[in-house]
Design a protein around this ligand. Structure first.
Ligand SMILES: [Fe+2]
Length: 315
């Protein structure tokens, strides 16, 4: 079998043609190769079910029950419900004209030492405007970087901060309606140190890791110099020619390499419904080290206490 593909943007990614994910090929090797090569695959016109999404995900790795848990599907826990109406479809935005679901550029799970390898999204219900996912190929970013900037960031480490994301989310009042925002308010994850230039564990190619949602400082350069360098790397990474915003059609399925692409959500007006089902696939590579092991333990204790009181409230 030779699977046909066509590019989906000048910033990267390919559409995979002639594949029915509800009757996947016995040998997924070629699809896995395409995934490793391009890092962003689009499958159009894939009417499916949560069970089919889960089975299709298994071609590329081991689906995880997401550690945050707030939007895990009640029947198929490996599938997350990504919805403007909350997991059970009963949450209304406070202001119908304000954005809901806008999420800053990030990679998934960089607040943990071992982020997931990949994320698969199935578009079920789409708003008439907004609701796009943005993608940036951080490998292309590194390739395009001038040697002068590469030299300045080589060997440095970047702080990945859950608290930075909390502070950003608190600025958006419509997020207060979102279960995810409530979950983000938990003081759960300690700051981690990540390499600013990583080697992709599968492809071996270099990738710039400075996702704006989590990246708060450069470990070796505390203070203004580090902040300025981090801002420069982020601004370089988000130049328009690196950015692709995917406008979904119903039954699009998108799979991206979370170790290579960063992504963002444009959000949509609170009045509109948007429903996606998502899986995340296990990584296994250790990329982050706690900056302060004592803080790591304290954070775990705070998280357990917060979860206990959240359960008490739920009952
Ligand atoms: Fe994400």
């Amino acid at each position: 079998m030779m699977t046909a593909t066509k590019p989906i943007s000048s910033a990267g990614g390919v559409e995979v043609l002639g594949i029915d994910l509800s009757a996947p090929p016995k040998d997924a090797g070629e699809l896995v190769e395409l995934f490793d090569q391009h890092g962003l695959l689009l499958f159009r016109e894939q009417p499916m079910t949560k069970a089919v999404l889960l089975a299709a995900s298994r071609m590329f790795g081991e689906p995880l029950v997401h550690l945050l848990g707030h939007n895990n599907d009640r029947e198929v826990p490996e599938v997350a419900v990504v919805s403007t109406r909350g997991r059970d479809g009963d949450i209304e935005a406070k202001d119908p004209d304000e954005l809901v679901g806008r999420i800053e550029w990030h990679t998934d799970q960089a607040y943990t030492p071992s982020p997931n390898r990949a994320t698969m999204m199935w578009a079920v219900e789409l708003p008439p405007e907004g609701g796009e996912t943005g993608f940036v190929d951080r490998e292309k970013v590194y390739e395009a970087m001038p040697a002068s900037l590469r030299d300045r960031i080589d060997g440095l480490h970047v702080v990945q901060s859950w608290r930075k994301a909390q502070a950003e989310i608190a600025k958006n009042p419509n997020y207060a309606t979102d279960e995810g925002a409530k979950m983000l308010q938990l003081d759960r994850f300690p700051d981690l140190s990540y390499e600013l230039v990583q080697r992709h564990p599968v492809t071996g190619r270099k990738v710039v890791h400075a996702p704006p949602m989590w990246s708060s400082a450069i470990v070796e350069l505390p203070g203004d110099e580090g902040t300025a360098l981090l801002d420069e790397v982020m601004a370089f990474s988000l130049q328009p020619h690196f950015v692709y915003w995917h406008r979904y059609r119903p039954n699009d399925v998108v799979l991206w390499d979370n170790w290579r692409f960063m992504h963002a959500a444009s959000g949509t007006k609170g009045r509109y419904r948007r429903l996606m089902y998502r899986t995340v696939l296990k990584g296994g590579a250790v990329m982050g080290v706690p900056l302060d092991p004592a803080e790591s333990e304290a954070a775990e204790k705070r998280y357990r206490a917060a979860m206990q009181s959240a359960r008490a409230e739920a009952v």
